[in-house]
Write a protein that binds this ligand. Structure first.
Ligand code: C5P
Length: 224
């Protein structure tokens, strides 16, 4: 039995990688499967929330009852998320947003030159930080923002840096080795006070535990 802890609440979640085009047939992306974000979207519907899922290119079915907006690039994700953020009670950023994109998109496929000897050089430009922009644009008393961290070392330290840099109350670290594409994970919840581990489990169970924790934080901050 799952009590409807998030009844009447709006939750927006970003998930998956972004795809930054180089030319019409090539681009920069990463190995994010979107599974953690989709699991959180599903768990949020179960908990009674009205859920909007902004997804990069992933191969996953839309969880029942979720409003899904598909995007490709970080800029498109930014444009979809920012106007919706202030109306949300919770924003969870699980997307593995590309940090950089090619400065120019070539209108046509780049061809080999000089028999393949002259490799092209790409200039990159920084993408907007969606979570940082969301946290700067919402009322923190209304919208609770949660970020994720995937690090290969010093997880707690990096998570703590992200708390401050992005000005969010909670960062969730992936404790597993490489979790991309897997159905299981372990999470480390890092806030200004300390840390709490959600031990190894399947992603849907972890999503339910994470939302239980977030619902408790909201209830504590805004007693009714
Ligand atoms: O430090 P880093 O940018 O990797 O932090 C990751 C967190 O920030 C994740 O929650 C991710 O979804 C979010 N993020 C974002 N926009 C970016 C980069 C990261 O929303 N451009």
């Amino acid at each position: 039995f799952q009590p409807k802890r998030l009844a009447g609440k709006k939750l927006l979640i970003t998930a998956g990688p972004t795809f930054e085009p180089i030319d019409p047939v090539r681009g920069i992306t990463n190995l994010s499967s979107g599974k953690m974000g989709f699991a959180i979207a599903r768990a949020a519907v179960e908990a009674g929330a009205e859920v909007t899922l902004v997804a990069g290119p992933v191969h996953l079915p839309t969880p029942r009852g979720v409003r899904r907006l598909d995007v490709q690039t970080a800029q498109q994700m930014f444009d979809a998320v920012l106007p919706l953020a202030p109306q949300q009670d919770i924003v969870v950023a699980t997307a593995a947003v590309a940090d950089w994109r090619p400065a120019q998109m070539n209108a046509h496929k780049i061809k080999k030159k000089d028999g393949g000897k002259a490799a092209p050089v790409f200039e990159l430009t920084e993408n907007p930080d969606i979570l940082a922009a969301v946290s700067a644009s919402v009322d923190p008393a209304k919208t609770f923002c949660v970020g994720f961290a995937a690090e290969s070392q010093d997880l707690a330290k990096h998570a703590r840096e992200k708390l401050e840099r992005k000005r969010v109350p909670l960062i969730v670290g992936n404790l597993g080795p490489v979790t991309f594409g897997r159905d299981d994970n372990a999470l480390l919840l890092v806030d200004a006070q300390g840390e709490r581990e959600l031990p190894h489990n399947d992603k849907l169970s972890l999503a339910r535990e994470l939302l239980r924790d977030v619902a408790e934080r909201i209830a504590k901050a805004r007693p009714t």
